[in-house]
Design a protein around this ligand. Structure first.
Ligand code: PLP
Length: 390
């Protein structure tokens, strides 16, 4: 794919738009059709390659072109959800009775596929590794290992993996690699440049940015995209629909502006939390500190509004804190305009926390694009409530 634009802002604004094709329409039309009838001499329809929207559609292709250019991949595919993109990517590499390696703290439904569903259905075995064990990844590879599934940074304690190192090891052993790149987004991390095969995203978060669609995407080589387009995506049927693709395209045009504001607000909130006596640890890559500082500086070109922290106190105090929030809404998604808070490991059993590699009393915040002082004041009044419990 030859891109017309190089800079992210220009790609987001114009890449993939074909004004000459659509009468100068500044926004591409929604091709809200399932079927493209076949040209013939008799019907006078000009030559085209479209057949059926589950395989290809011009509105969907407009988003895919933008995404591929933004993340410096050769091609991209859009899906009906992030999980459709993730399951199709995993299925592309796994085989019956194979072995998979993944970090402990990956997104819940992705973990369920690798821990329960694929083992039960296809005899797959997955080894889940801690942050430290991931650094010695090669020791865990067997001759049955077909997939290394990554999420970097993860979206619980924002743990990173060394993509370049893992990419090299995987190529040496002929193992497929998939990364959930949702947190960094296509703006701030380009995994294919480090030898990772497929980068997957949920577009339900920052790519669309308004909490109004569920969609997903992957970016990869021409060859892998072509195989998945007519293999996993066409046959399992998880294609995005044209109207969702069009909404995604609209969201992407403001993505850089939104992310910059989310990151600015999140840094202010994270710094406030760090200095608060009721707070234990703050897990925000944007603070550029901790044992993974070098990886953060190497891989992440920017940050966003999602992070987590622990409450220093009892489970009841953590619950009271969450119940007292007024501006931060309670909800498990993220990446929209709104601020959110969820109890990640508040009141969960110790064994579960260990399994997912998270400390107890962990709360995840999504810092939205409201006024930063309003958000800090909301947290402040909730902390006052729990301090009264001491
Ligand atoms: C939300 C999320 C997903 C799943 O995306 P859906 O569009 O809801 O299927 C995958 N990975 C991460 C990191 C997420 O936060």
């Amino acid at each position: 794919m030859s891109n017309k634009y190089e800079k992210a802002e220009d790609i987001l604004a114009h890449e993939g738009d074909e004004y000459e094709k659509y009468y100068g329409a500044v926004i591409p039309p929604i091709f809200q059709n399932s079927l493209f009838v076949t040209p013939s001499e008799g019907n006078g329809i000009p030559e085209h390659d479209y057949v059926y929207t589950r395989c290809t559609n011009p509105t969907i292709e407009a988003v895919e072109k933008k995404l591929a250019a933004l993340e410096n991949g050769e091609d991209a595919l859009c899906f009906s959800s992030g999980m459709a993109a993730i399951s199709s990517s995993m299925l592309y590499f796994i085989e019956k009775d194979c072995h998979v390696i993944a970090p402990k703290s990956i997104y819940g439904p992705a973990r369920t596929l690798l821990k329960e569903y694929f083992p039960r259905k296809f005899g797959v075995k997955t080894t889940f590794l801690s942050e430290e064990e991931m650094e010695k990844l090669e020791e865990y590879i067997t001759d049955r290992t077909k997939l290394i599934y990554l999420e970097s940074p993860s979206t619980a304690v924002f743990s990173l993996q060394d993509l370049e190192h893992i990419g090299k090891i995987a190529r040496k052993h002929g193992i497929g690699t998939v990364i959930d790149n949702t947190y960094a987004t296509s703006l701030y991390q380009h995994p294919m440049e480090y030898g990772i095969d497929i980068s997957v995203h949920t577009a339900s978060k920052y790519l669309s940015g308004h909490s109004d669609i569920v969609a997903g995407a992957l970016i990869s080589s021409k060859e892998i995209c072509q195989n998945i387009r007519y293999g996993e995506r066409a046959n399992l049927g998880g294609c995005i629909d044209p109207h969702q693709a069009w909404l995604m395209l609209r969201g992407m045009r403001t993505m850089k502006l939104r992310l910059e504001q989310h990151a600015k607000n999140a840094l202010a909130v994270a710094e406030y939390l760090q200095s608060h006596p009721c707070v234990g640890q703050v897990f925000y890559p944007g603070l550029k500190q901790g044992r993974q500082k070098e990886l953060i500086e190497k891989y992440l070109k920017g940050f966003n509004g999602l992070f987590s922290f622990t409450i220093r106190g009892t489970r009841e105090q953590a619950e009271c804190f969450l119940d007292s929030l007024k501006v931060f809404l309670r909800g498990c998604s993220w990446g929209g305009f709104e601020s959110l808070a969820i109890p990640f490991t508040v009141g969960t059993p110790k064994e579960y926390n260990e399994e997912i590699g998270c400390p107890a009393n962990l709360i995840r915040l999504h810092v939205g694009i409201e006024n930063a002082d309003t958000l800090i004041a909301d947290l402040e009044q909730a902390f006052h409530k729990i301090q009264e419990m001491n």
